[in-house]
Design a protein around this ligand. Structure first.
Ligand code: AQP
Length: 331
């Protein structure tokens, strides 16, 4: 167990878990848990960088945990916990923010995108979000971070911070590597296939929620934006069709090009229906398991409490080391 490499990842409960989060992150988490020591967090502290309704946030965080398990994360194999239950995340984040430059954070494209979307609330947390993410990763000696392409820049920054800290204070952090899935690393919005599918998209037709009913999934895919060429090919500029082929490929285990060959000569209507069938089939067992798990509140509580205890122990060890290195008097 101790010889296995460490993995950390999380999703912020800022909306419904989408097919993008599922294909780009959670589906891979499940595969990785056999060969690695895995820690999967519901990163609730990240989600308040954008205003949330407190009641909805709490319900959603619990729903996320139940969904992690419904997707196949096994609490006997992996650690699952709420980020806010392990105070070391906030504590390390402070030390790391004193070792991160304003210029580095200003270059983050997610900060620029989210500031444009939330002009009325460009808060300091939105700006320092990548530092908290670096703390999440570095606290656990993480070797590998499975993420979608959108998080690549933040991961690079986490690596830079780790290298800088190690250089200044001596070897402290493991420098993490990203694990980007070969297919489906960037699932695009069904309504605007030039933007990524996002759980906080105000238009629900842009994303598929993993708990969407099959008829809703079919409707959303039928409405998916394509183009007027009517030719199924995977190539530059065909954003909508490329997205549908990537989704299909990620589910059935094909590259988008291989998927395109399967649909050669067919119409977009048929492609959309086949993608819908594949998505419904993939999500059906998740939805069934979710129903059973989410009803068992005491089981959920036992999972997140045990998870926070295990994560907390590991995190405290790292934090103690860091506090010692920077010169704090130890508690
Ligand atoms: N469209 C996507 N395609 C592939 N992977 C994706 N991920 C997110 N969207 C896609 C991956 O899911 C993980 C969790 O992401 P997150 O919750 O930390 O934040 P995010 O990347 O900002 O996700 P969203 O859905 O876009 O949330 P909002 O709308 O709140 O900003 C990450 O591994 C991410 O790469």
């Amino acid at each position: 167990m101790q010889d296995k490499k460490m993995i950390f990842s999380g999703v912020q409960p800022s909306g419904c878990i989408t097919l993008g989060n599922y294909i780009g992150a959670i589906k891979n988490w499940v595969k990785l848990q056999k060969d690695y020591r895995c820690i999967y967090s519901v990163v609730d502290m990240h989600s308040i960088t954008v205003r949330q309704n407190p009641k909805e946030l709490r319900a959603r965080a619990l729903q996320f945990l139940a969904l992690y398990m419904a997707c196949g994360i096994d609490p006997d194999e992996s650690i699952m916990f709420f980020q806010s239950h392990v105070p070391a995340h906030a504590e390390l984040s402070w030390v790391l923010s004193c070792n991160t430059y304003m210029g580095e954070l200003s270059r983050m494209t997610q900060f620029k995108d989210k500031s444009a979307k939330h002009e009325d609330n460009i808060n300091a947390g939105l700006f320092t979000y990548p530092v908290l993410m670096a703390a999440d990763i570095l606290l656990y000696g993480t070797d590998l971070v499975p993420v979608g392409v959108d998080q690549k820049q933040h991961l690079e920054l986490a690596r830079d911070i780790a290298i800088r800290f190690n250089h200044l204070y001596g070897d402290t952090f493991t420098v993490p590597e990203g694990y980007i899935p070969p297919v489906g690393a960037r699932v695009m919005s069904l309504q605007d296939p030039t933007s990524k599918m996002s759980k906080s998209d105000p238009n629900p037709n842009g994303y598929i929620w993993v708990l969407d009913e099959p008829d809703v999934i079919v409707k959303k895919l039928k409405k998916a934006v394509t183009d007027s060429e009517g030719v199924i090919e995977y190539r530059e500029g065909k954003h909508g069709v490329n997205n549908l082929l990537s989704i299909y490929g990620a589910i059935v285990g094909k590259t988008p090009r291989e998927a395109a060959l399967e649909f050669e000569g067919q119409g977009y209507g048929n492609l959309k229906m086949r993608v819908a069938e594949a998505v419904c089939e993939e999500l059906r067992p998740v939805q069934e398991k979710y129903k059973a798990i989410s009803e068992d509140k005491s089981y959920l509580e036992s999972v997140y409490k045990a998870g926070a205890e295990k994560a907390g122990e590991l995190a405290e060890k790292t934090l103690r080391k860091v506090y010692d290195k920077v010169g704090f008097v130890l508690r």
